[in-house]
Design a protein around this ligand. Structure first.
Ligand code: TYD
Length: 145
C-alpha cells in the first residue's frame, strides 16, 4: 500500500471546498490515514517549495501558502500517488482537464486549490515534513503555551 500527502491550500479552505474535495477521495475509495487543519509556517512552506526558490513567483507562493489554514491529509491505497495526482489535474489551469479538482475549480495563477505528492520519494519526505513522528520525550509546544 502506498501513502501520499495532500494539502487543501488556503484558497480551497476559503472557498469552502474542503468537503467537496474530501468527498471525491472518499467516493474513489481511498482511505484517510491522517488529517489536520493548521496554518503552514513560512519555514515549512519554504522547505516544501525549495525546488522553486529561484522562480519569480516564489515569494508570492510562500505568502499565499501561509495566508490561512490548510487541510493536510495522508491518503492510503494501491498506486495512490499516481491516482491522486490524476484526480488533482495539471498545474497550469488551462491544461487542467474538467473532471479533475484543478480543472473544475482553479483559474490561472498561483492559487490552485490543492497539492499532492508527485512521486514515492516526495510522498515519504512530505509526510515526514507535515506529520513528524510523535516523540514521547519531547515536551509538547501546544501544552507549554
Ligand atoms: P509545482 O511543484 O511545479 O507543481 P504542482 O503543484 O502541480 O506539483 O509548483 C508548485 C506550485 O507553485 C504550483 O502548485 C503553483 C505554483 N506555480 C506557479 O504559480 N507558477 C508556475 O509557473 C509554476 C510551475 C508553479
Amino acid at each position: 500500500m502506498e501513502r501520499t500527502l495532500v494539502i487543501i491550500k488556503p484558497d480551497g479552505v476559503r472557498r469552502h471546498l474542503v468537503g467537496s474535495i474530501i468527498q471525491r477521495f472518499e467516493a474513489k475509495g481511498l482511505a484517510i490515514a491522517e488529517m489536520k487543519f493548521e496554518t503552514m509556517t513560512p519555514e515549512l512552506a519554504k522547505e516544501h517549495y525549495q525546488h522553486l526558490t529561484e522562480r519569480s513567483f516564489f515569494d508570492e507562493l510562500i505568502d499565499y501558502m501561509t495566508s490561512g489554514p490548510v487541510v493536510y491529509l495522508v491518503l492510503v491505497g494501491e498506486e495512490v500517488i499516481d491516482i491522486v495526482r490524476k484526480m488533482v489535474g495539471a498545474t497550469k489551469a488551462a491544461d487542467a482537464v474538467p473532471g479533475t479538482i484543478r480543472g473544475d475549480y482553479a483559474l490561472p495563477g498561483t492559487e490552485n486549490i490543492i497539492h499532492a505528492s508527485d512521486s514515492r520519494d516526495a510522498a515519504v519526505k512530505e509526510i515526514a515534513r507535515f506529520f513528524p513522528p510523535f516523540d514521547i520525550n519531547k515536551p509538547s509546544e501546544k501544552a507549554a503555551k
